[in-house]
Design a protein around this ligand. Sequence first.
Ligand code: ZN
Length: 339
Amino acid sequence: MFPTTIAGSLPKPPWLAEPGKLWAAWRPAGAELEAAKLDATLVAIKLQEDAGIDIVTDGEQSRQHFVHGFLEAVNGIDFTKRVEMGIRNDRYKAMVPTVTGPLSLKGRVHACEARFARAHTAKKLKFTLPGPMTIVDTIADGYYGDRIKMAFAFADVLNQEALALQADGVDVIQFDEPAFNVYMDAATDWGIEALHRAAAGLTCTTAIHICYGYGIPANVEWKATLGAAWRQYERVFPALAKSRIGQVSLECRNSKVPIELLKLLDGKDVLIGVIDVATETIETPEEVAAVIGEALRCVPRERIIPCTNCGIAPMRRDIAAAKLTALGAGARLARERFG
Ligand code: ZN
């Protein structure tokens, strides 16, 4: 009961990348960098195991950013043709590369770290990929002339990598779609269909992560404009409940999402965010168990998976480690209390 997992990312050690930053530059280079990424992956796995996390990830130690880490392995993208774009409906500006030709994979994207992680943990392994809608919201189009067409082209290359990750022994493939919380109509119009295409043929567990973003100032300010009840999930959950995606990862702890909205995910496993990634305050096991208790009012116990609200890449490492420990301890407490 209550197996735990994390949204995906963990902070990188200072010998791999500059700490406290979301798009931090790599510190080593060449072969040293490749070795350092795997060393960091090992540390990430060990931290999760020690904290009592049941479904572990590679901590996304091998990618600079959750979207561009994938794009670097895709043909048809010109990284020298960077343009400033307002992303997530203009919530923040980013310098993004441009699609200039038909998309295809150069080869495997995450084989190295996925196989390495698989070889070094007996726990269930989850691997994250950016979702098609979030990708097209983070890149300029100089070729397809149509966002939906481009999203489906990305879905095809994502699918190729997802199937290969499954063959590498990954147990859960999660697509990160924060854009679903911004473009709710598009999410139901074509976003879920693009996701189905990205997940086509997968027999392992599939998941989607929809959040209110990392704990960076632009997101904290945006959340302050969303009012007393955040009802974005209400628009997409009914369609997700009917989808072929198995699990939905969402934000709960310290958020203004009305807990009743979780009832809209009938039939899905629900990854309940019990750890806030926007504050350095470390949750107590009691607080974690309390959020699980709240969720129990709306989700059957066998479908609850305690998780973090979002990735913790930009957080201080010691705080991230303490939050993982709180997650594991809180889930144990909840098992005693509600079991
Ligand atoms: Zn997130």
